[in-house]
Ligand binder design. Sequence first.
Ligand code: 1QQ
Length: 378
Amino acid sequence: MAKRLLIPMLLIALVAPAAWGAAGATVTVGLAVGMTGDIAVYGTPIRNGMELAFKRINDKGSVHINPILEDTGGGRDGAINVFQKFIERDRVAAILGPVLSSQAFASDPLAVKAGVPVVGVSNTASGIPQIGPTVFRVSAPEAVQIPKSVAVAKKVLHLTRVVVMYDNADDFTISGYKTFVDELKKNEVQIADTITFARGDSDFSAQLTRAKAANPQAIVVSALAREGTLLLIQGRNLGITVPFVGGNGFNDTNIIKRAGAAAEGLIVGTAWVPSVPSAANLAFYDAYRQAYKQEPNQFAAQAYTGAQVVAEAIRRAGLTGTEPIQVQREKIVAALYTIKNFETPLGRIGITRDRDVDQQRTYVAMVRNGRFVELEAP
Ligand code: 1QQ
């Protein structure tokens, strides 16, 4: 009995790849996204953006991609586990993610070692593409965004004196803090006090009381969403009335929803605004609202862009999914470097020689009447 079954099964196994050919084959891409815990506010729009992009791309039919989604949670170990699974078990051709820079510094080296291309869609700390020769990103780094937001904030708020607060337990918030300090110095804005907290903290009254006592014109904050939102709310409750200037962690409309009036006046550098003038953005914006019954945000737009970039690399490499996995991986890496002047919801972007994003236009926004409103560059 067992023998009789074995022969037809073997036959199927031998014949199947040739018989299916390109039509049935797909290129597998791993989506490493933190969808639980304190970073789910970022992970949800990121997952939505990626899934929407792959659905639309597969519908067009010029490439066949099988996206597989795994939740990394918000920590380093979760990202490492998902990368291991993607690389060894699922044998993916490329990985999109993970959400946080602190996770990328932990998980991306595994992909580098295995020769797997990784495209970050939300990692903005300094040093991400330098993790290794297969690590790319489409998310404009804080080193590009913060100089713009500091210059605009200085102009709009006539800044001469600020307090800087930052989370000293996360790679992205530490990196953002350093960039803020450099830019404030370049702009001759005095830092009256520097105050730290740590990811996971919930009571910021001691730090905020100290910040208020320094009598600044604004409070510059490098934080992730959870801590950032609590800082805004608790700051207003303690009678702080000056505006906050935040980094990429604040780039989320949920912060406005949660902090309400306490978010008013917040200034943030952003890679996307709803009005990005491109046909690709219009199509993305409409499709996203239709699919998810809500507005996209910067993270959704960047995630959609990352998926588009990976799909375009797969298309340019002419991959069908039947090639040996190492060939698929190498060809995607090579093709990613050829992405230039590429239409996305972020406007036109390219991938630079050092695997970073070259985004033609980025923005600075301020929360006014419960919405991010674009501010003019100085
Ligand atoms: C980073 C970030 C976070 C705000 C991602 C959501 O920019 O960790 O790099």
